[in-house]
Ligand binder design. Structure first.
Ligand SMILES: Nc1ncnc2c1ncn2[C@@H]1O[C@H](COP(=O)(O)OP(=O)(O)OP(=O)(O)O)[C@@H](O)[C@H]1O
Length: 225
């Protein structure tokens, strides 16, 4: 091996460049900590998992990363730009599933996905993309149902479909495994792995060791206040 090549091989691998970065970001209300100052970063094609006991602040941290809540301390940036959900650049880059998304009683599941697709201006093929996403989550047979006609696990799959159908460079998911059976959790792990391979950055709060094992590149333990 030429000398210069040997040197390059010995050099430590540089950490992947953060796409989304929370630097000592914390939130408190009236002096009470919702989440302690915590540092979290994620690069394109990587997944950071937030782990911690109930009430430790995982959802709050995801809200800070989504820019729906401003940090009381520290900063949250997307490629150096302060994250704020009111900023169209941040909204276009970040898709988040934090609690139940808005749904409409008189729209079917496939109508919801077509609506979301249209919102992002992707042009022709919205119906096909919507149907394909529902089929990927194995709820294609329910496409003409209304949201209130689903079981709780089917609702979770519908919410995931609504989040995954839109283009995004960053996905933030709060306990995406909740209410899913073992087979669907495996399916979710494979889907999230695919999104990583396509270059999406993922931050997930999870209590599921198998999902964490399947997708995590980094784990951040969120310590209760
Ligand atoms: N609006 C609020 N006002 C005051 N305290 C809040 C508010 N929302 C959440 N909290 C508190 O902030 C802390 C963090 O809540 P958070 O939902 O972020 O935790 P979590 O780690 O996601 O919990 P879980 O695993 O149960 O979902 C909790 O102690 C909670 O009681």
């Amino acid at each position: 091996m030429p000398r210069s090549r040997a040197k390059a091989a010995a050099r430590p691998k540089a950490a992947p460049e953060a796409l989304l970065l929370a630097s000592a970001a914390g939130k408190s209300v009236d002096g009470a900590h919702l989440v302690r100052p915590t540092t979290v970063s994620v690069a394109a094609g990587r997944c950071t998992v937030l782990r911690g006991e109930n009430g430790s602040g995982k959802t709050t941290l995801l809200r800070l990363l989504a820019g729906t809540t401003a940090p009381s301390t520290g900063t949250v940036t997307l490629e150096g730009r302060t994250v704020d959900e009111r900023d169209p650049v941040c909204r276009a880059a970040i898709a988040a599933l934090l609690g139940a998304p808005t749904s409409y009683r008189d729209l079917t599941l496939v109508d919801h996905l077509v609506l979301v697709d249209a919102t992002w201006g992707r042009g022709d093929g919205a119906q096909e993309r919507a149907e394909a996403m529902l089929a990927t989550l194995e709820i294609g047979h329910l496409e003409d149902r209304f949201p209130h006609e689903l079981s709780s696990g089917q609702q979770q799959l519908f919410h995931l479909a609504l989040t995954l159908v839109r283009p995004a460079r960053v996905l933030l998911l709060d306990e995406p495994e909740q209410r899913l059976d073992t087979h669907k959790r495996d399916l979710l792990g494979r889907l999230l792995g695919q999104r990583k391979a396509e270059g999406t950055a993922l931050v997930i709060a999870s209590h599921d060791p198998q999902l964490i094992e399947a997708v995590a590149d980094d784990v951040v333990d969120v310590v209760p206040a």
